[in-house]
Design a binder for this molecule. Structure first.
Ligand code: SAJ
Length: 443
């Protein structure tokens, strides 16, 4: 089938779709295309996940508005089927790949899941099929990994025996379907005609801009948008450190700076976690591999943000020292373990880094988090007998904490606010020896 014929079948929804990787990206996108009227096959290596999906039960944790109902609808309507066997992909005209693309401890992309998907897909790839990688890729990965692997394992040539593109996803936990429908997509094709085929496909489920591009552009845009955010957050964090040292109040400073046109200082905090911001800057940086370009800003921003949990520990040590107390041997109540407020997602949690630093300093921890299994419960009860409390995540429920009761429950009334949730007056009124990130002692 020619790309033009395939594009026509995409437009009339007779093209048969597949999604490889039924996680928090792949499953919603499979459901959306099924809802739009396509015949969709979902493939995943986890048999238990496949079995659950075929029962119409979502394996996605957390609150995802509309997803559970949509899955039941499309499974019940026979529009979506899940399988573990790649052989089922033989009759698929369009195959989306939604597998994880992490970096290793040296910040190098480790495409194990991507290689596995491509190696398994190649031999069963239908003549003239269109392969679209939705995963976030380091710039150059389509050219250097995806195409060579598909050509090797399918024994076909790009733009002759198959077509390929990169359409990075912009989903976020808690808003999977809303983002899928409402956020623009960069439709990167290995040829302009392929890019047009992607636009024809995503037009069925996306009510926002679908921007044509080549694959390098698509790869750079996705990693850059998150690297940009990481640098923005690092600026806010470093400004907080300056304010602490200079006796300023970063919360007032950022409010006034942001009155200046075109400024938008983000929020300093106890660290940067999650599934994408910590890794995408490294994927972007990897795009300069093999050149003599030595990046400084992007890696430095990562180092600034990764140092924030340790800074919170330093603030705690300072507050204890103010009361003539050492950190060693103390028991600390850590408030918040999720990477983001009002979320149960703990991936790359900054609190985990804080706890590791606390242990190295010879102190013990109790962890409370209203959203995370194993850490839920009564924070005030958990505070009884502990020596200090540290707020690391600004979950909404912490805003209504009875601070006086907390101070009374702790052995020492010491509180470190790593997210600027409280004002000095609120903490002083409760009788705390306090540190708030970004507030200098004179502030
Ligand atoms: N954080 C700060 N200060 C800030 C903003 C965030 O310290 O001003 C911290 C958060 O506490 C968290 C981490 O950074 O630990 C990431 O927070 P995030 O708000 O960026 O949330 P994410 O990781 O879910 O980022 C997603 C990204 N979306 C996609 O990759 C599709 C990102 O591009 C979005 O900009 C972001 O959501 C968003 O705007 O909510």
């Amino acid at each position: 089938m020619s790309l033009q014929e395939l594009t026509t079948r995409i437009e009339d929804k007779s093209a048969r779709l597949a999604v490889i990787g039924l996680g928090y990206v792949g499953l919603p996108v499979a459901c959306e295309f099924a809802r739009a009227g396509f015949d969709v096959l979902g493939v995943d290596i986890l048999a238990e996940r496949v079995e659950k999906i075929n029962r119409g039960v979502s394996p996605i944790e957390g609150n995802e508005p509309g997803l559970a109902e949509l899955l039941r609808e499309v499974i019940g309507g026979g529009r979506l089927r899940a399988a573990t066997d790649y052989a089922d992909l033989r009759d698929r005209d369009v195959i989306l790949i939604d597998v994880e693309t992490p970096v290793d401890e040296h910040n190098i992309p480790r495409y194990r899941a991507l290689y596995s998907a491509l190696t398994s897909l190649g031999p069963v790839l239908k003549e003239g099929a269109l392969v679209i990688v939705e995963s976030t890729l380091a710039p150059g990965t389509m050219r250097d990994v995806v195409i060579p692997q598909l050509e090797e394992h399918s024994r076909r040539r790009l733009n002759a025996g198959f077509h390929a593109g990169n359409c990075p996803e912009r989903v976020m936990p808690g808003k999977l379907l809303a983002n899928l429908r409402g956020l623009s997509r960069v439709c990167g094709g290995m040829t302009p005609e392929t890019s047009a085929a992607l636009i024809a496909l995503y037009r069925h489920i996306v009510q926002a801009d679908l921007d044509p591009a080549d694959c390098i552009t698509a790869e750079i845009v996705k990693t850059a948008e998150n690297a940009y955010r990481d640098v923005q957050i690092a600026f806010a964090n470093e400004l907080a450190l300056v304010c602490e040292a200079a006796g300023g109040d970063v919360w007032k400073v950022r409010e006034l700076v942001n009155k200046s046109p075109g400024r938008n200082v983000l929020l300093p905090g106890a660290g940067v976690g999650g599934h994408c911001i910590p890794k995408d800057p490294w994927l972007l940086a990897y795009g300069a591999r093999g050149t003599d370009l030595n990046l400084s800003l992007i890696p430095s921003a990562r180092r600034v943000n990764d140092a924030m949990p340790r800074h919170i520990l330093d603030l705690l040590a300072g507050a204890l020292a103010e009361r003539g107390e050492a950190l060693k041997g103390k028991t600390v109540l850590a408030l918040g373990y999720a990477y983001l407020e009002d979320s149960d997602d703990t991936r790359n949690s900054p609190t985990a880094a804080f706890l590791a630093a606390l242990e190295t300093a010879g102190a013990a921890a109790r962890v409370h988090d209203p959203f995370v299994e194993g850490y839920q419960g009564d924070a005030l009860k958990m505070a009884e007998g502990a020596d200090a409390a540290v707020l690391l995540v600004k979950h909404s429920e912490y805003k209504t904490l009875d601070l006086a009761a907390l101070a009374g429950a702790l052995r020492l009334p010491v509180f470190v606010d790593g997210r600027g949730l409280f004002t000095p007056a609120e903490l002083t009124a409760a009788g705390f020896t306090q540190r708030i990130i970004g507030r200098g002692q004179a502030a």
